[in-house]
Ligand binder design. Structure first.
Ligand code: ZN
Length: 286
């Protein structure tokens, strides 16, 4: 099952450009907004499994917003792939990897234009994102998938100068400029992807592939991550968990490479879809 945010309304996809308007088809039982659907995820799933098989409405990519548009928390994880930890100059974590937030004001839909902060070094990090569908506090690893509504794509766009300046890294700030958390193009439930624990993911800059990995290489796979996080924090319906990026970020290259105005970043995950970001220079203040 695929669930999209089309102009703020929940749409159950029938193809990549048509779907059922949930509020209309459910006679107002669910929707139209996405947050109320995550609050009642189990009820929604039962209804969606019986939803009528009709093409429904048509939409375009420009109408898509983030599949969870108002998460209470965006949790993000660093150094969760061995090769990426190595390229970043760190030992792979044996405890829960570095955990930070991307502030909610950075969240956007799947296709967007992103302003490059002046004087910054802006990097790409394609990541599998889990959307929480049932409150998770102290859940066991073998029950964690029951608390996940589905999966989507995220770009953990990162400005490395501000991230690494000062006495201790500023992960949360350096990764939270406006538009630095594009997510989408829609949510796909775990049984609808080829293998929820082994999905190809990658991204390309102007058509040149820069990251190309598989989620089976996650040091803390999705279920273990959600279980470990839930020992400390309470994950709530609609919350997003960015699970970490594979190798190939610009900072880890020799020579280093960062995004430039006019470049296009395409990000994909097998069985989910793709997102597109274009980058523009920050306008000087008059
Ligand atoms: Zn990241």
């Amino acid at each position: 099952m695929k669930l999209a945010n089309v102009d703020g309304r929940a749409v159950l996809l029938t193809t990549d450009h048509t779907g059922l308007d949930v509020e209309q088809v459910s006679d107002g039982k669910f929707g139209p907004d996405l947050p109320s659907i995550y609050e009642n995820w189990d009820g929604f799933r039962s209804w969606a499994d019986q939803a009528p098989a009709e093409p429904g409405i048509s939409f375009t990519r420009s109408q898509l917003g983030p599949p969870s548009p108002a998460p209470g928390q965006i949790v993000a994880i660093g150094l969760n792939y061995h090769a990426h930890a190595a390229e970043s100059g760190f030992a792979a974590p044996d405890h829960l990897p570095p955990t930070f937030t991307k502030f909610v004001s950075a969240l956007t839909g799947p296709d967007s234009e992103v302003v490059l902060p002046a004087g910054g070094q802006v990097d790409w990090e394609v990541e599998l994102v889990a959307v929480i569908g049932r409150t998770a506090h102290r859940v066991a690893e073998d029950e964690a998938w029951d608390h996940i509504a589905g999966l989507t794509i995220g770009q953990d766009i990162s400005e490395r100068v501000s991230q690494l300046a000062g006495p201790a890294p500023q992960f949360s700030l350096g990764k939270s400029f406006p538009g630095f958390a594009p997510v989408g193009p829609w949510l796909v439930t775990a049984e609808a992807v080829p293998d929820r624990d082994d999905l190809g993911l990658g991204c390309a800059v102007d058509g040149e592939t820069v990251q190309d990995g598989r989620t089976r290489d996650l040091i803390f796979p999705v279920a273990r991550l959600v279980a470990e996080l839930s020992r400390t924090i309470t994950l709530r319906p609609g919350d997003l968990v960015f699970t970490g990026t594979p190798a190939g970020v610009g900072q880890g290259r020799n020579p280093q490479r960062f995004l430039r105005p006019g470049e296009e970043l395409t990000s994909w995950i097998e069985g989910i879809g793709e997102m597109r970001q274009t980058f523009v220079a920050e306008q000087e203040e008059a």
